[in-house]
Ligand binder design. Structure first.
Ligand SMILES: *[C@@H]1O[C@H](CO)[C@@H](O)[C@H](O)[C@H]1NC(C)=O
Ligand SMILES: *[C@@H]1O[C@H](CO)[C@@H](O)[C@H](O)[C@H]1NC(C)=O
Ligand SMILES: *[C@@H]1O[C@H](CO)[C@@H](O)[C@H](O)[C@H]1NC(C)=O
Ligand SMILES: *[C@@H]1O[C@H](CO)[C@@H](O)[C@H](O)[C@H]1NC(C)=O
Ligand SMILES: *[C@@H]1O[C@H](CO)[C@@H](O)[C@H](O)[C@H]1NC(C)=O
Length: 490
């Protein structure tokens, strides 16, 4: 069976699971304080610009006390959150008076130091002489919110960050994922985390984060009946898995999942986590479908890009060799199916309306998708069924400036990258004026955006094995920042 999977999906190498080392935490000293809480949010070392969660049915507050769990106006959500807060208090009370989890405290005290170093970098970030020399890459320039702070945080991550992967679970639902087509980043990243010698640890006491290695795509592919359409398969598999690891190991309960993460590129990734409320509201969820209206919370959740590897061959990929020689005579280009809430408006205003704005449902036989991207100044990236679209990364690879048209979408790596410097963002309401807006961007400004786009490309490239500062490392860095956002008491 394994051989079969390996052959049909060459990018996946399976791990054979043999033994487990369960290391129990030694408990030595008592807690001193009775006002003890299991989790808290340290004053964030990172400045967030996109923490607002907006939706018709919800709102959040981010005051320092309640920020761990958002406040919802939707009564069902609010009840769930109140129950979680009760569980947190119960767990905290059970713990007070007992012995400390020294290993946890060691991990936390390392993170305290990291936060201090990052804060120091924020204070000194204007001083451009402080960058660390690095023969691979030094992040500089306007594409970063704060390049010096990013470099500091990134280098600390490389030096320290460790992820423990639970070994339980059998392929194809666990330790395995798609590496072809639209959801391929789910399989590719799952596989890269498992194979990472740099970030994976087999000693849970060294770990800052714990990875739940299930694949939503695979669960649906193997267990979901398209006729019965019973989504309870997700509840069973994900729920059972979390119950199993939380019964077998002490790690889930001691943080209520706050130092655990899952990863999914499927539209139903967020939904798959709903059945375990701690996973949904407390754990880190790395999602392509980073839709704030589906309660994606940028403070704890990670947005990562969707990349469509049509053949499953990463090296063949979508990388285009010499984009500088392209002749960008088309103003804007889009080709894709008419679905979701945004594309109908785009089609209504621009399909077959204007030679400069090429909007196709299907690329005409005589033309190629790749050629059209190479020959366009701007590539339109409207959301479809889900907020993310593989076109964004395709446009970045083709150095065609992405025009992002989405609602409630938290862009990948926007904790570090300033998307306004290498993309154009327009609202659905502005679609009728699309041409005027794009024509209004003068050559100088276009050149600046285009230069930035070329620079940012390295952060979206998939390498096998991964290379520093590439898309895999950016994902790991996003996870690292989320881990720094929470303090867990031993
Ligand atoms: C920048 O940092 C260097 C090295 O620490 C220091 O010598 C210099 O005075 C700093 N410059 C400013 C403007 O703070
Ligand atoms: C964690 O908590 C769950 C639910 O309260 C409990 O069933 C389980 O035994 C606990 N796990 C451990 C390792 O104590
Ligand atoms: C993947 O594509 C690259 C570049 O086109 C090629 O050299 C390589 O042989 C391909 N690998 C597989 C496994 O098909
Ligand atoms: C770019 O394309 C236009 C129209 O297709 C053509 O007239 C022009 O000669 C081309 N320029 C270059 C440098 O290839
Ligand atoms: C985002 O989530 C909301 C709420 O579920 C949904 O109505 C909307 O269609 C989603 N956006 C996209 C582009 O899927």
């Amino acid at each position: 069976m394994r051989e079969l999977y390996r052959r049909s999906h060459p990018c996946i190498i399976l791990f054979v699971i043999t033994s487990l080392a369960i290391v129990f935490v030694s408990l030595i000293t008592n807690y001193g304080s009775n006002t003890f809480s299991l989790l808290s949010l340290p004053s964030s070392p990172w400045t967030w610009t996109s923490t607002v969660i907006s939706s018709s049915s919800s709102s959040t507050t981010h005051s320092s006390k309640t920020a761990l769990y958002p406040t919802f106006t939707n009564p069902k959500m609010q009840r769930v959150v109140e129950n979680l807060i009760k569980e947190l208090n119960v767990e905290s009370m059970l713990r007070s008076g007992k012995k400390r989890d020294e290993k946890m405290e060691k991990i936390e005290s390392d993170l305290v130091r990291v936060r201090e170093l990052i804060k120091e970098a924020i204070v000194n970030s204007r001083n451009s002489t402080l960058f660390v020399e690095d023969e691979d890459y030094v992040p500089k320039g306007q594409i970063y919110r704060n390049p010096y702070v990013f470099q500091r945080s990134y280098l600390l991550m490389e030096r320290m960050f460790k992820i423990f992967v639970y070994e339980e679970g059998e392929p194809p639902l666990f330790h395995y994922g798609p590496c072809k087509n639209i959801y391929s980043t789910e399989g590719i990243f799952l596989n890269m985390i498992e194979l990472s010698t740099k970030f994976r640890t087999h000693d849970p006491d060294q770990a800052h984060l714990f990875f739940l290695p299930f694949s939503v795509v695979m669960i649906l592919e193997h267990l979901f009946d398209p006729i019965i359409r019973d989504k309870a398969v997700l509840e069973r598999v994900v729920g059972d898995y979390v119950r199993m690891v939380s019964a077998k190991y002490p790690y889930w309960n001691r943080s209520l999942g706050a130092d655990h993460f899952m990863l999914s590129c499927h539209d139903w990734g967020p939904r798959a986590t709903w059945y375990v409320h701690q996973l949904y509201f407390t754990s880190i969820r790395a999602l392509c479908n980073a839709n704030t209206s589906e309660f994606f919370n940028p403070r704890k959740d990670v947005s990562f890009p969707e990349i469509n590897f049509k053949t499953g061959n990463i090296t063949a990929g979508l990388i285009i060799e010499h984009p500088s020689s392209f002749n960008r005579t088309i103003l804007a280009f889009f080709a894709g199916r008419l679905h979701g809430r945004i594309r109908p408006t785009l089609f209504e205003h621009w399909k077959d309306k204007d030679e400069d704005i090429r909007v196709y449902e299907k690329v005409p036989e005589s033309l190629s998708y790749q050629e059209l991207m190479k020959n366009s100044k701007y590539c339109l990236c409207p959301s479809g069924f889900e907020v993310a679209s593989p076109r964004i990364v395709e446009a970045i690879y083709a150095e065609c400036v992405p025009v992002l048209i989405s609602q409630d979408y938290i862009l990948p790596f926007s904790d570090v990258l300033d998307w306004t410097k290498f993309s154009i963002q327009i609202s659905v309401g502005e679609l009728p004026n699309l041409k005027r807006i794009l024509m209004g961007i003068n050559d100088d400004k276009y050149r600046r955006i285009h230069e930035s786009l070329k620079q940012v490309k390295r952060h979206f490239v998939v390498n096998d094995p991964p290379k520093r500062y590439d898309v895999f490392h950016m994902l790991i860095h996003s996870l690292w920042l989320r881990r720094l956002n929470v303090r867990i008491y031993g």
